[in-house]
Design a protein around this ligand. Structure first.
Ligand code: AHG
Ligand code: MN
Ligand code: MN
Length: 333
């Protein structure tokens, strides 16, 4: 049951019974994410005030510059989840490998692993534009009581038990699903409480917004070029409007509310596009499907893909169902 203006804390407790054999472990985990979100929100909001802007001078495993806030957000999330001993492992876009967490009291008793993109859209930090955090939760495959292995993280997205994002925008929101629809909570910064502001979020079946980095146009496959031309054509409810923030979380959030499609196709310079299957595409795909939308690599369902490596990239088409289906049609042709 969802009641508008309920706090996130109340909502978590009330909806715990949705899970069969629930021990409260997942609720505790989401509570910890809620806490980490507030800490990172605090850091993001003071980004312009303290000497925190700019690059940390290091590159992550994918050779990208890490912004200081990327490093900080990564630390805060890992610290919060580790200290509370509520997960058995964490994998992060900003870490080379996964982290195994040993519980102090009963050894390795936790059954969930978390995957995070601690700061998404980090190129927007220096210019005061919305960024986000993306998280994804799985039940481990290996037996409880043993250290986690790579296998626990390389699960197809359809195995996710929960996924969500935090958007640090004009207001800060936490949007998540545990497989029973998508709910959005807005932070009241004065008292540090998230309130249910967007119950049962749904992608409109179709929309008028397409989001893609058109600077890469000449490198796109013919199907994508043709679909973009289709979006621009004057016919029916077209031309569509082009909107691209360059922060997946923000582009997705807007498209879910207004109706639209987000695309990061493969290109002649990036054979699998840019986005990471485990930290970005799978969680967003689960949210999309739970909100009546669709997520595809152009040919198949994102959530069905069997990952082979932690930092794997995949082409991504996600948003209003009819729009993603149309893009797939063009890809096939
Ligand atoms: P991150 O900041 O975690 O590296 O992710 C950025 C991603 C995604 O959020 C965004 O939509 C996309 O990269 C933008 O890429 P381009 O600048 O190539 O368009
Ligand atoms: Mn990202
Ligand atoms: Mn990131």
């Amino acid at each position: 049951m969802t009641k508008k203006n309920q706090t996130l804390g109340e909502f978590i407790i009330e909806n715990q019974t949705e899970f069969e054999y629930s021990t409260g472990e997942l609720s505790k985990l989401i509570n910890a994410i809620r806490l980490a979100a507030k800490v990172v929100n605090h850091e993001v909001n003071k980004a312009g005030l303290v000497d925190i802007l700019g690059q940390a001078g290091e590159t992550n495993i994918q050779g990208e510059n890490q912004q200081k806030l990327d490093v900080l957000a990564n630390e805060k999330f890992i610290q919060t989840l580790t200290k509370r001993e509520i997960v058995c492992g964490i994998a992060s876009e900003e870490e080379d490998s996964f982290v195994s967490i040993n519980s102090q009291d009963e050894k390795h008793q936790n059954k969930y692993v978390v995957l995070i993109d601690p700061l998404d859209g980090s190129s927007n930090i220096d210019v005061n534009v919305s960024v986000g955090t993306i998280f994804s939760i799985y039940r481990r495959i290996t037996p409880v009581g043993t250290p986690v292995t790579l296998e626990d993280f390389l699960q197809p997205g359809k195995n996710q038990v929960a996924a969500g994002y935090i958007i640090y925008g004009t207001s800060t929101m936490l949007v998540y699903t545990t497989g029973h629809g998508v709910n959005g909570f807005t932070l009241n910064p004065a008292i540090g409480t998230f309130y249910l502001s967007h119950p049962n979020m749904q992608f409109p079946e179709t929309g008028k917004i397409y989001s893609v980095n058109e600077g890469n146009y000449v490198h796109f496959p013919q199907g994508v070029k043709d679909y973009i031309k289709y979006c621009q054509k004057e016919e029916g409810n077209r031309p569509y409007t082009s909107r691209y923030i360059g922060s997946l979380v923000s582009d997705f959030h807007r498209n879910m509310i207004k109706g639209g499609i987000y695309m990061y196709p493969k290109s002649s310079v990036a054979s699998n596009g840019k986005l990471r299957l485990l930290y970005e595409c799978n969680p967003m795909a689960l949210l999309a499907e739970q909100a009546s939308g669709k997520a595809s690599d152009g040919y198949q369902r994102i959530l069905d893909i069997q990952p082979t490596e932690l930092h794997q990239r995949v082409p991504f088409f996600c948003g209003s169902k009819k729009m993603v289906e149309k893009a797939e049609e063009f890809m096939k042709a």
